[in-house]
Design a protein around this ligand. Sequence first.
Ligand SMILES: CC(C)(COP(=O)(O)OP(=O)(O)OC[C@H]1O[C@@H](n2cnc3c(N)ncnc32)[C@H](O)[C@@H]1OP(=O)(O)O)[C@@H](O)C(=O)NCCC(=O)NCCS
Length: 253
Amino acid sequence: MFKSIREEIQGIIERDPAVRGWLEVVVAYPSFWVMRYHRVAHWLWKRRLRVLARWIMQMARWGTGIEIHPGATIGERFFIDHGMGVVIGEMAEIGDDVTLYHGVTLGGVSPSIDSDEQRNVTRHPTLKDRVIVGSGAQILGPVIVGECARIGANAVVTRDVEPRSTMVGIPAKPVQLSRAEQGAIDRFVAYGTPLDVSDPVKADNEALRDQIAMLKARLNAIEFSLQSTEESAPAPVPAGSDPAPRPSKRAGD
Ligand SMILES: CC(C)(COP(=O)(O)OP(=O)(O)OC[C@H]1O[C@@H](n2cnc3c(N)ncnc32)[C@H](O)[C@@H]1OP(=O)(O)O)[C@@H](O)C(=O)NCCC(=O)NCCS
C-alpha cells in the first residue's frame, strides 16, 4: 500500500509543473486526499457495506470538491489536477496513470430516464491507461477511451475514442496531429499540450522566405530573357527614311 502511495505522489510530481515536493502533494492536493478516501470506500463497497462507503465518499466530497462513487474502479497513480467539480460515476473504470483536470464528468447519458433499468448496468465510461482529460470535458455513456488518448478541454465525448487520438469540440471530433505531436502523446505532457513541437509561425515564415527566393530567381530569369530579346531585335528605323515595304494589295481586296 505504501509503495502505491509513494508512486502516486511521484506521479503527481511528474505531471504537475506547479508542484515542488512530496510535502506539498500531501498537504495541498485534493487528488491525493480523495484517493485515500476512495481506496477505503471501494474496499467497503465490494464487501457490500454500501451506505458506509457512500458516506465516506460524501465526506471526501465536502473536503475536496471531487465526487467519486465508491463503486468506481480506479487504477494506480491516478491524478486529478485542481479537482473541484469532478464527478466520477459508479460504473466508471479508470486505468493506470490517468490524469483528469477540474470540472470533468465521467457520467451516464440520461440517468434520470428509466433509472431502474439502468441499475447495475455499465452506464459510465472506461478510460484506458495514460488517458488525459482536459478541464470541463464530459465523457458520457459506456464508451471506451483508448490508451494514451487526450480529450480537449470542454469536449463532449459520447462515442468510443481511438487509442492515441486527440478529441476536441462538441460533439468531440479527432484532431489531425503532426508526427512530432503524435510522438509526444506517448509520454505525459502537462495539460496534454506538447511544448517541444515545431513552431507553426516559424515554419510559415520559412516557407514564405523560400517562396520569395524562388520568385526572385524567376524574375531575374524573365529580365534576362527580355534583355537578350531586345539586344537581338533589328535596330529602329531613323525618322524620314523609307518605311519597310508593305505587302501589295491583291486584286479584289
Ligand atoms: C486537446 C489538447 C490536448 C490539444 O493540444 P495540442 O496537441 O497542443 O493541439 P493544438 O493546440 O495544436 O490544437 C490542434 C487544433 O485543435 C484545436 N483545439 C485544441 N484544443 C481544443 C479544445 N479544447 N476545444 C476545441 N478546439 C481545440 C486548436 O484550435 C487547433 O485547431 P486548428 O488546427 O484549426 O488551429 C489541448 O488543447 C487541451 O485542450 N488540453 C487540455 C488542457 C486543460 O484542460 N488545461 C487545464 C489546466 S488547469
